[in-house]
Design a protein around this ligand. Sequence first.
Ligand SMILES: *[C@@H]1O[C@H](CO)[C@@H](O)[C@H](O)[C@H]1NC(C)=O
Ligand SMILES: *[C@@H]1O[C@H](CO)[C@@H](O)[C@H](O)[C@H]1NC(C)=O
Ligand SMILES: *[C@@H]1O[C@H](CO)[C@@H](O)[C@H](O)[C@H]1NC(C)=O
Length: 182
Amino acid sequence: MYVMSSTPNVLVYLLVMSYCVVKIACRVEFTNIKCNSEDKEFSDFEYCYLKSVNRSYKYLSLKVNLFQVPVTKFSTKFGLYKRFSGYKPFLYNFTVNGCNFLKRPKSFPVVSYFYEIFKDYSNMNHSCPYDHDIIVDKLTIERINNRFSKTLTFPEGDYMFEFHFLAYGINRAVVKVYFTLS
Ligand SMILES: *[C@@H]1O[C@H](CO)[C@@H](O)[C@H](O)[C@H]1NC(C)=O
Ligand SMILES: *[C@@H]1O[C@H](CO)[C@@H](O)[C@H](O)[C@H]1NC(C)=O
Ligand SMILES: *[C@@H]1O[C@H](CO)[C@@H](O)[C@H](O)[C@H]1NC(C)=O
């Protein structure tokens, strides 16, 4: 695994950009989710959606069917994008060897930071191999709000998380989660 961001620069940038530090002023809202299978022989999405139950209760759920189990090797490319005119890469861009990471999450602090957001909502939270479908169940906006406002902070705006899931070096699925910070 290798983190391609230069850590000191990121820290300086985050300090300078810490506008959302006042918790009350900083809200996260999901705005959209897109899931695409790039290889339907390998995996496909059974579902993938955002749901608004009411103003305060919103969540994200998805399920991926894996057709070639066990999966013993995978990696994830992760990018954070911020919208200026079009979505531009913003701060985070890294590739992680998933099986190595899951063996020792504490050795990869930046990846852990993002993984912590959804790990308790997913059946992905164990080491390789995977021999079952992957679920993220009702990941709430509260969870993400807590994560963002209590730890790192970002300027207001529209953002997108983009994940590419590769198994055996081949891109199999892309998930994009859009959200706003206000
Ligand atoms: C929103 O929905 C959740 C789940 O049904 C419920 O527990 C909560 O009380 C609701 N909140 C409001 C403000 O209606
Ligand atoms: C991420 O980094 C790689 C390697 O430095 C580069 O090729 C790629 O274009 C970058 N992607 C984004 C979204 O910044
Ligand atoms: C994975 O998440 C489930 C559901 O929250 C939890 O019960 C389980 O202990 C977690 N497993 C690990 C290895 O963290």
